[in-house]
Unconditional design. Structure first.
Lengths: 268, 288
């Protein structure tokens, strides 16, 4: 009886921890964000994603007969860019899942900072950690494009750079929302697999060159709306309020509308 | 007894068809209150309520003079509470320092230097200063428990709720734990759940014995020991009236139960009192 009761308590635990305060403190979020940023960047899921993408690009470009600094930079930059995009989903997902997976909801429930502090801290950590690294990767790519090859220089523009940074954050936010609503370690990998192999990535792409005819403003609106919708969905899981539901639904509607609006006539 | 820090009146809790607490009532004041006995769901449920992570179905609970059912008061309790759950979890990829630091942030200690000083202080109190930079997954079970104890001590809380803090600790660590807890000033309250009756005898000013979700005994360790007065004796063999009997190191049998008139009575311990109290209840239920 004791064992079954313990199981019942464990099952019910996360839903019975009563909240303490309505709003998380900004200084708490900032402090958590700093720690989460470091933890995300050094997490094996993130490192493996980056290494995997680097090897993939090295293999693809290494097959070319051409060699030289440009190509070497191309595979490094390409690998890092794709690696940070994939790694962002995985590491943010793991970070948002950590308290539940490590059976810390009971302890954290007894502390004054509400669960929203941790959610906000993970999102902030995503921005300053993986997002910060993406700024470096983006700058490196820009340098490579601008300085080393005239053909590539034509493709380097602020829109592309901005899309990449926002996409890294958006994919991480998806990882956080998935962790909150589907609390399993398979959530992150499944998002990546579903995204690539169901063709979703080609229907509503993340990063699109300006000359594809895409509606630039709508595309940026779309990516920002995805970030807002996923963040609101994650906070909604922490505490279900009507206001949060309205924000999440509105952001979702905006994401869908801007996804449709951004598409050029006849597709990409 | 000074003003109660924890007041529990007719508290009830059910999980589905199972009753964990059925009308529990007692007060705990400054000092150390022990809840001895084996892992009991009712005991753990009660500690979770004191730690504000579980609400009662019925009854009244006040912690540090506040009502945990009221959001603002619950927050006030959490700011003055230290809690070590029965099965403490850890971020295993964090170092001991990082983990305690993370908990410190969630305790709203946001000034970095002061927080780090406090983390070093509590890790030092539990004797983990040497391994604070080691990842938790590389620490032994006893060390991990000390990490869990360390986080509960952050900020020198007014109320410390400890669920089985000495489980998995070696004898030296247990003595160190006793030293640490007993060193706390007289105006602090410690609620200590443990299956080690020696810890209760050594540390606690008050004892609450719970069984099947009810309070079976409330009093001092001396009063619990007195339950076994005249009911513990030595004999060459297991005696007929003994509920429990075991052979001691010098070959004699230590019997606990209804002693014969010519029994060689010995001074009881708190454990004897506890065993008889729980045994009497089981015996009465069996007879009924």
């Amino acid at each position: 009886m004791a064992a079954s009761l313990h199981t019942t308590i464990d099952d019910a635990r996360s839903s019975v921890v009563p909240g303490g305060t309505r709003w998380p403190r900004l200084d708490v979020i900032w402090a958590i964000g700093r720690i989460e940023a470091k933890q995300m960047l050094r997490h094996p899921a993130f490192l493996l994603a980056v290494v995997f993408a680097l090897l993939l690009f090295r293999g693809a470009i290494g097959a070319s007969s051409e060699t030289g600094l440009v190509l070497n930079l191309a595979w490094v930059v390409g690998g890092l860019a794709i690696g940070t995009l994939i790694g962002s989903v995985l590491t943010a997902n793991v970070a948002a899942l950590r308290a539940r997976r490590d059976r810390l909801l009971e302890l954290y429930g007894s502390l004054p900072a509400p669960p929203e502090s941790r959610t906000a801290g993970v999102l902030l950590g995503l921005v300053i950690g993986v997002g910060g690294l993406s700024v470096v990767v983006g700058a490196l790519a820009w340098y490579a494009f601008e300085r080393l090859d005239e053909d590539l220089a034509a493709g380097a523009d602020p829109f592309l750079f901005g899309q990449y940074l926002l996409s890294v954050v958006a994919l991480g936010a998806i990882g956080v929302a998935v962790a909150r609503w589907i609390p399993t370690v398979l959530g992150g990998p499944l998002v990546v697999i579903a995204h690539v192999f169901t063709g979703m990535i080609w229907i509503v792409p993340w990063i699109v060159p300006t000359d594809s005819g895409i509606g630039v403003a709508w595309h940026l609106t779309y990516v920002i709306a995805v970030i807002a919708a996923c963040s609101a969905a994650a906070f909604l899981r922490d505490r279900r309020t009507i206001a949060r539901g309205i924000v999440a639904a509105s952001a979702f509607v905006l994401a869908v509308a801007s996804a449709v609006q951004q598409t050029p006539p006849g597709g990409y | 007894m000074s003003a109660p820090t924890v007041e529990i009146h007719d508290v009830r809790k059910r999980f589905g068809r199972t009753t964990a607490l059925q009308g529990v009532a007692f007060d705990a004041a400054a000092g150390i209150t022990g809840l001895p006995g084996p892992n009991d769901p009712g005991k753990t449920t009660l500690l979770r309520m004191m730690a504000t992570v579980l609400a009662p179905d019925d009854g009244r609970l006040r912690v540090l003079s506040w009502d945990p059912q009221v959001a603002d008061e619950r927050l006030a309790i959490r700011r003055r509470l230290g809690y070590m759950p029965q099965e403490p979890g850890f971020h295993r990829s964090f170092t001991a320092f990082e983990f305690v630091d993370y908990v410190a942030i969630l305790k709203e200690m946001t000034e970095r230097r002061a927080r780090h000083d406090e983390v070093r202080r509590v890790l030092g109190l539990v004797g983990l200063d040497d391994v604070s930079g080691r990842r938790i997954k590389a620490l032994s079970g006893g060390m991990r428990r000390r990490v869990a104890l360390a986080q509960s001590l952050l900020g020198d809380p007014d109320l410390l709720v400890l669920d089985e803090p000495t489980a998995g600790l070696d004898p030296e660590q247990r003595l160190r734990f006793r030293e640490l807890v007993s060193d706390r000033t007289a105006d602090r309250t410690v609620i200590l759940s443990t299956h080690q009756t020696e810890d209760v005898a050594a540390l606690c000013q008050r004892v609450i014995v719970m069984l099947d979700g009810q309070v079976l005994f409330e009093g001092t360790p001396r009063e619990l020991t007195q339950v076994a007065d005249g009911r513990v004796w030595l004999a060459d063999d297991r005696a007929a009236g003994a509920r429990l009997s075991w052979r001691t190191a010098d070959g004699a049998h230590r019997n606990i139960g209804e002693a014969p008139s010519d029994a060689d009575l010995v001074a009881p311990t708190l454990e004897d009192g506890y065993l008889l109290l729980v045994g009497d209840r089981a015996f009465a239920e069996e007879a009924a």
